[in-house]
Design a protein around this ligand. Structure first.
Ligand code: ING
Length: 310
């Protein structure tokens, strides 16, 4: 295989119960790292908010109870085994977690390199759901209540031999997010997600969840000539079903690997970081073909505006 190959392991995780302590969950994650190392992985991708249950599904009024879901230091005593294992095995990892930064709260992802050092941090920008308690819902989705909008933009880092960017969950549904990474030449996008199988408010055929997940990641990959590794926290978590369908997608939008369970499951692909070069020099040669002078609406308005037809 030509080019710079990064063997990427998508470490899908099954449910993390509200009653599970971090030590137990980190133990599962260290096991996934060891399995990934045994399969030749350079990098392991864990889900969004991997260390705890997806707590935005609950309306939690007690601030101390709510703080229990956040990490006040990274690494901390309970997460240090992940960093120690990275250094021991020479395997980097992506970790999604709830970040407490003083009084501020973010839905955060970090990239840790093979020496166990944090080389990148991203804070989720597209926060879905609602900010107030809506008891009529089967379950809440209170990310707008529990997290601030990320304040670090959509960076791409030159690290681990390539140009790597990160998105978190709902971000993957917004082509603008992928495109900002694409305009920095991103070669690999790491995405963790926690996606309920069912909508908590209105009926939506469940097969559409998997369809929209893959559609979003395949489009993001193809339209920016980048690999995409999307990894779920899946399964029946405290009574709420979450989808799996973790996948590694090539720069041509093909699915190279996909999870088939709702449990802890490792998917692996040899990601040739040069595989997107042709598409970036051809159909998606941004400099040659994009016409930003006509794209104004994309940044001028959040919501739709009346048609501007003549
Ligand atoms: N979860 C879901 C996601 O974007 C969602 C929320 C599901 C929004 C389905 C719209 C449709 O995958 C998170 N955590 O963003």
């Amino acid at each position: 295989m030509a080019g710079r190959v990064l063997t990427v392991g998508g470490a899908q995780m099954g449910p993390v119960a509200r009653s599970d302590g971090r030590a137990r969950t980190v133990g599962r994650m260290v096991d996934l790292m060891r399995r990934a190392h045994a399969r030749g992985c350079d990098l392991v991708v864990f889900p969004e908010l991997a260390l705890t249950a997806f707590f935005p599904r609950w309306f939690i009024e007690d601030p101390d109870e709510l703080d229990g879901f956040y990490e006040f230091s990274m690494p901390g005593a309970e997460t240090r085994p992940l960093f120690d294992t990275a250094r021991e095995l020479g395997v980097g990892f992506h970790l999604g977690y709830a970040e407490a930064d003083g009084e501020r709260r973010f839905n955060t992802a970090i990239l840790v390199d093979k020496a166990g050092g944090i080389v990148a941090k991203y804070r989720k920008i597209h926060l879905p759901g609602h900010a107030g308690h809506e008891p009529e819902r089967a379950f809440q989705h209170l990310e707008k209540r529990y997290f601030e909008v990320g304040d670090l933009g959509f960076p791409v880092w030159e690290t681990m031999g390539g140009k790597i960017g990160m998105l978190i969950c709902n971000d993957r549904r917004w082509p603008e997010a992928f495109r900002v990474l694409g305009l920095q030449g991103v070669e690999l996008v790491l995405i963790g997600y926690n996606t309920p199988t069912f909508n908590g408010q209105t009926f939506e055929p469940p097969h559409l969840r998997v369809h929209h997940n893959l559609l979003s990641m395949q489009a993001g990959a193809y339209q920016n000539g980048a690999w995409v590794c999307g990894v779920a926290k899946a399964g029946l978590e405290d009574g709420v079903r979450m989808m799996g369908s973790s996948a590694i997608v090539t720069p041509n939008g093909e699915v190279a690997a996909q999870a088939v369970t709702l449990d802890d499951e490792l998917i692996v692909a040899d990601c040739d970081l040069d595989a997107g070069a042709a598409i970036k020099a051809g159909v998606f040669d941004f400099a040659a073909h994009r016409r930003p002078e006509h794209y104004g609406l994309i940044v001028e308005t959040a919501g739709a505006v009346p048609p501007r037809g003549t």
